[in-house]
Write a protein that binds this ligand. Structure first.
Ligand code: HEC
Length: 169
């Protein structure tokens, strides 16, 4: 019985290899964060090593990420990550939204919520195990961008506007 179940599982795994998600690899950088914000080399390196795989339109795929079911699991992270924050089309957000994303970057990096811990399991992506110094570099950079926005835009335009409540009938 166990043997039969195992054989079925292996066959399913093999079949799954033929269904792989489309790769997230676009080189269109028209709205990349660097088109509006200064991105010093040391900051960009941390973003590349620690964030771009899930938060940009270009993911680097190690061989194991091509194997199902890992590929599907990773693809979900990329989809979810990009919907929250995408450095490749960052400047398409309203200015208040961009400001808010810098705030979230500061929070998540300080609190060690990002990069996702599963990203560095089992020795994967060792460069994404950020040191305190690298975290501080990112935090300082994001803070400097918020300061720059504050100096350039009217305070009101940096607040995300919620739609007014629907009037009671
Ligand atoms: C392995 C994929 C992965 C990596 C690497 C990663 N993230 Fe994320 N990130 C996600 C996912 C998935 C979400 C959405 C779900 C959640 O919040 O956990 C997210 C959400 C976020 C959010 C917004 C949501 C919130 O919780 O406030 C920010 C900001 C963020 N990430 C910043 C970063 C930064 C900065 C880095 C690099 C230092 C990074 N992430 C690296 C997958 C990743």
């Amino acid at each position: 019985m166990i043997r039969k179940i195992l054989i079925v599982l292996i066959v399913l795994l093999i079949i799954a290899q033929f269904f792989r998600p489309e790769k997230n690899q676009s080189n269109d950088n028209t709205y990349h964060i660097s088109t509006k914000y200064a991105l010093p080399a040391n900051v960009e390196q941390v973003l590349k090593d620690g964030c771009y795989d899930c938060h940009s339109n270009y993911t680097e795929y190690p061989w194991y990420s091509q194997v199902q079911p890992v590929a599907a699991w990773m693809n979900n992270h990329v989809k979810e990550g990009k919907s929250e924050l995408n450095f490749s089309n960052f400047t398409q957000r309203k200015i208040a939204g961009q400001n808010h994303k810098f705030e979230e970057i500061i929070e998540t990096v300080k609190e060690h919520e990002m990069p996702l811990s599963s990203y560095t399991w089992l020795g994967m992506h060792p460069k994404a195990k950020l040191s305190d110094e690298q975290r501080q570099t990112l935090v300082n950079w994001a803070q400097a961008q918020m300061d720059m926005l504050k100096a350039q835009y009217p305070a009101d335009s940096l607040v995300i506007k919620r739609p007014p409540p629907t009037p009671a009938k």
